[in-house]
Ligand binder design. Structure first.
Ligand SMILES: Cc1cc2nc3c(=O)[nH]c(=O)nc-3n(C[C@H](O)[C@H](O)[C@H](O)COP(=O)(O)OP(=O)(O)OC[C@H]3O[C@@H](n4cnc5c(N)ncnc54)[C@H](O)[C@@H]3O)c2cc1C
Length: 836
């Protein structure tokens, strides 16, 4: 065994081996993989090998697409059979909501280049004659989809990696991992130590145990997953004898199962409600090719629906039931990327569709390690999208929920109930009493919108058979009321959000943004360090506020910070609540080694209340002795002020485009401030508003969000950040890359569009945009702008189509709409309200 290597990959499942393979492909041959038992002896060997391309996530969709492409060529490259059968995959739809989901997904697929076909029930019958199709609305088909033999695939990847110089040590267990003061890692095994530059953890069901070795609480706990294989069925055997094509993979989403042919019989894999977490403390030391006792009772309801759909399934005996562990995270997507707080420690864990994802996950992680950046937007799978709140108890509830929801309709406004409430701002109960309907982000409860007192959905609303499997509405409130129906279209909350927007625009509103990520940066080196890492000029005067972006080395956008200069050597940075760990980890890793800059996270020390609307000055004036005049307190400045007997740093900025202030206050004073504002605001019509109203108003201001309009896939200039990117600055992270990108020419340009003839379904982001039938871009956000009375979309299109007035088309839920490029910030383009 080598004593030194550039990278040590731990784990010889399909994911670890793919990472090794891709490191070699990137030109790093001094890499090794350590597997405690035999390759594939974790979860990989018993996987059903399906390669579902269907995925609602832009990140995961691209990863899956790459995998299938790779698996197509791997056999020719390595000479090792991988058993790839591209027999296609058909997903059935029985309800209108499911159909909407497929049509929404078709937009994601089209923009990332995945081939999706729409089938009629008759076409389904033609391909799958054993399937009953009477009650179907239709289906979507991925023709390139199918399955692979997971163990053969892993061996092929291993062969390819070895051919490029990688070494694989089997029957070698990693027992400890330690980082030395010089930054190098020492990986201890039962056969000796290896010193290396980078460590990759790809240990499947052992992820938490591996994490413990380096002090990481990895947000992965597996869930039991079963599939059944039947004896051969004469009809299938006949088909095979007649040389007919394999019928392909059938997915009955509304009954939560997949089915395919297997050795003349059928294989049925359900995602059951009630499947328990397993290996909570990790598998045992000698776990190898391990399966659990089957639980037929849990499978029964799915067997019944499978027989109803494919009667042949009930006509043959069960040959074998597999019940194995499948790794899960709270949102069901894997964690691929750098570990937080540790340098050069990488995670490729939490894979629930690991055979499908392995190719793409290995590709992007290898790029990240070798080049320092991935090339596709990885926010949807970044390990830092979860925070320390994702502890064992949370994971157990959330991961079981994620598993049970694999096949449920993924509504864009769905808020899943498990493990909630977790983090509550002090004003939570006050907001709740005012009718707040909460959503959850990064563990925080935030009001999404406000339901009128006593508001309730009608029986008629709730009993419409739009979905079969799951309840397409929010969980009941404490008093039993159900107040929200999920939909891909305008739902029951639409008008209420409109009222909130109107009140902010005409009077004044109050929003809780306590979930914002916050930190302070202090020290003699603070200014020059911030100047060197952020693309905008750092505020020079105490009290100034600036919007500053952190770019990738190529010039894409990684993070966005509001930077407020609070003292001669001190700054307060605010960024998206959902990305606290991500943003803070990046900052911390960039800190200079000389100690001249101090970083302190203060997210939970400060709450944030946003007062916005034309009457916000009148409200605040009643509570403070600070001079609120434009001259003394202009837009984009901040000041510590008194609010009654409490205090806050008031920042004259907001995300809705109205006169207003964000109050960043000691969190323990939140309710005092809340009560003072509500009381003082009563005469001005103050009302709370939620995230959905904020989102509608930010669209009207063309304000960009990460990872939508701002992404590592788009250069900061393509995203239209020209005002915030100071190429005239001496240097900043990504400057050279951005200049080189500019030189090569841009492919995309950010635009704001009005969408015409919308009656009930606005764009949401991810819709395909066309010009004369040709795909020319994608929407990144969309919704209804209440102040403008227009349906809007923010989008990235080819630069020659970005001119105001350009006529385009956008496909929303399968229906083509006309769209026109309109000027940026269609609401109040001169920012008069903000400056009022
Ligand atoms: C019943 C079932 C059916 C499935 N069907 C599909 C499917 O159709 N399609 C699909 O895409 N996915 C499917 N999956 C999921 C798929 O099996 C997993 O996502 C995938 O195998 C994960 O691969 P991995 O490399 O991450 O983990 P694993 O295959 O579990 O590999 C991790 C390896 O790390 C090793 N290891 C751990 N700790 C150490 C250590 N300290 N030192 C050395 N080595 C260590 C382990 O021994 C293990 O071999 C299915 C899963 C189940 C349970």
């Amino acid at each position: 065994m080598k004593s030194h290597a550039r990278v040590v990959v731990i784990g010889g499942g399909v994911v670890g081996v793919s990472t090794l393979y891709h490191l070699v492909k990137k030109g790093w041959s001094d890499v090794v993989l350590i597997e405690r038992k035999e390759l594939t002896s974790g979860s990989t060997w018993h996987a059903a090998g399906l390669l579902p391309l269907f995925n609602m996530s832009y990140s995961v969709g691209q990863i899956h697409k790459y995998s299938v492409k790779l698996y197509e060529s791997l056999e020719a490259e390595t000479g090792q059979h991988v058993g790839l059968r591209q027999c296609s995959n058909i997903r059935l739809a029985r309800t209108k909501d499911r159909w909407d989901e497929y049509m929404y997904y078709a937009g994601v697929a089209e923009t990332i280049g995945v081939n999706v076909k729409i089938l009629t029930p008759a076409q389904v019958k033609e391909i799958w004659p054993l399937c009953e199709t009477d009650d179907l609305l239709g289906a979507i088909q991925h023709v390139d989809d199918g399955y692979v033999q997971p163990a053969d695939l892993t061996q092929a990847l291993a062969k390819g990696a070895r051919a490029g110089g990688a070494e694989i040590y089997r029957y070698t267990a990693v027992t400890g991992i330690e980082q030395k003061s010089g930054g190098e890692w020492v990986v201890s095994t039962d056969k000796g130590d290896i010193t290396c530059e980078h460590v990759v953890s790809a240990t499947g069901n052992f992820a938490r145990r591996t994490g413990e070795m380096v002090g990481l609480d990895v947000p992965v706990i597996p869930v039991e997953h079963q599939y059944i294989v039947t004896e051969p069925h004469p009809a299938i055997v006949e088909r095979q004898k007649a040389g007919l094509p394999e019928m392909g993979v059938l997915r009955e989403s509304d009954s939560s199962w997949y089915m395919r042919e297997e050795n003349g019989g059928l294989l049925l894999g359900p995602y059951e409600v009630g499947a328990p977490c397993c290996y909570v403390d990790g598998p045992s030391d000698d776990s190898e090719y391990e399966l659990f006792q089957e639980d037929l009772e849990r499978l029964e309801p799915h067997i019944e629906t499978a027989i109803a759909r494919v009667p042949a399934f009930g006509e043959v005996g069960v040959k074998q039931v597999y019940n194995g562990a499948i790794a899960y995270t709270p949102d069901g997507s894997p964690i691929i990327g750098p570990a937080w707080e540790l340098k050069n420690f990488w995670l490729n864990e939490g894979h629930s569709f690991g055979v499908t994802a392995a190719g793409g996950a290995g590709w992007q992680l290898a790029e990240w390690i070798v080049e320092g950046e991935p090339s596709i937007d990885m926010m949807g799978v970044d390990p830092r999208r979860f925070g320390p709140y994702a502890s064992r108890g949370y994971l157990k509830q959330k991961n079981e929920e994620a598993y049970a929801n694999v096949f449920t309709t993924h509504f864009p406004d769905e808020e899943r109930p498990a493990a909630r409430p977790l983090k509550r701002a002090p004003c939570y109960d006050r907001m709740k009493a005012l009718g707040a309907v909460f959503g959850s982000v990064y563990g925080w409860e935030r009001p999404n919108w406000f339901a009128p007192e006593g508001y309730c959905l009608t029986e008629e609303d709730l009993n419409r058979p739009d979905v079969l499997l799951n309840e397409n509405h929010s969980p009941a409130l404490d008093d039993g009321r159900i107040v929200e129906k999920y939909s891909f279209r305008r739902s029951n909350y639409f008008e209420h959000v409109g009222k909130e927007c109107r009140n902010v625009h005409e009077n004044v509103g109050l929003l809780d943004m306590s979930a914002f990520a916050k930190c302070t940066i202090k020290g003699p080196g603070a200014e020059s360090w911030l100047e060197s890492i952020l693309a905008n000029k750092i505020p020079k005067k105490i009290g100034r506020v600036g919007l500053c972006h952190l770019l990738t080395k190529y010039g894409g956008v990684k993070s966005e910070f509001t930077v407020y200069k609070t003292g001669p050597q001190s700054y307060y940075l605010v960024s998206a609540g959902a990305y606290e760990r991500h943003d803070h980890d990046i900052l911390q890793k960039l800190l200079p080694a000389d100690g001249s800059v101090r970083f302190t996270p203060v997210t939970t020390a400060y709450g944030v209340l946003v007062l916005a609307g034309p009457k916000s000055r009148d409200v605040l004036a009643k509570l403070t002795d600070a001079d609120l005049s434009n001259k003394a307190f202009p837009w984009l400045t901040g000041k510590r002020i008194s609010i009654g007997h409490a205090m806050a740093d008031a920042l004259r900025v907001n995300f809705v485009g109205e006169l207003g202030w964000e109050f960043h206050h000691p969190i323990e004073m939140q309710n005092t401030i809340f009560d003072l504002l509500m009381e003082a605001g009563a005469e001005f019509g103050i009302k709370p508003f939620g995230i959905r109203a904020m989102d509608s108003m930010r669209l009207e201001k063309s304000y960009r969000l990460i990872p939508r309009e701002l992404s590592i896939e788009y250069s900061a200039l393509e995203s239209g950040l020209d005002r915030f990117v100071r190429l005239d600055k001496e240097d900043f992270l990504g400057k050279a890359g951005l200049e080189a990108w500019k030189e090569r020419g841009f492919r995309w340009q950010f635009v704001t569009m009005e969408v015409h003839d919308v009656t009930d379904a606005d764009a949401r982001g991810n819709e395909a945009i066309y010009r004369g039938g040709e795909l020319v871009g994608r929407a990144t956000s969309g919704g209804y702008g209440w102040r403008l009375g227009k349906s809007l979309a923010l989008a990235m299109v080819h630069p020659d189509l970005a001119e105001v007035g350009t006529k385009l088309e956008i496909k929303i839920l399968g229906k083509m709409h006309r769209a026109t490029v309109i000027p940026e910030s269609p609401f109040d383009p001169e920012n008069e309200a903000l400056r009022a």
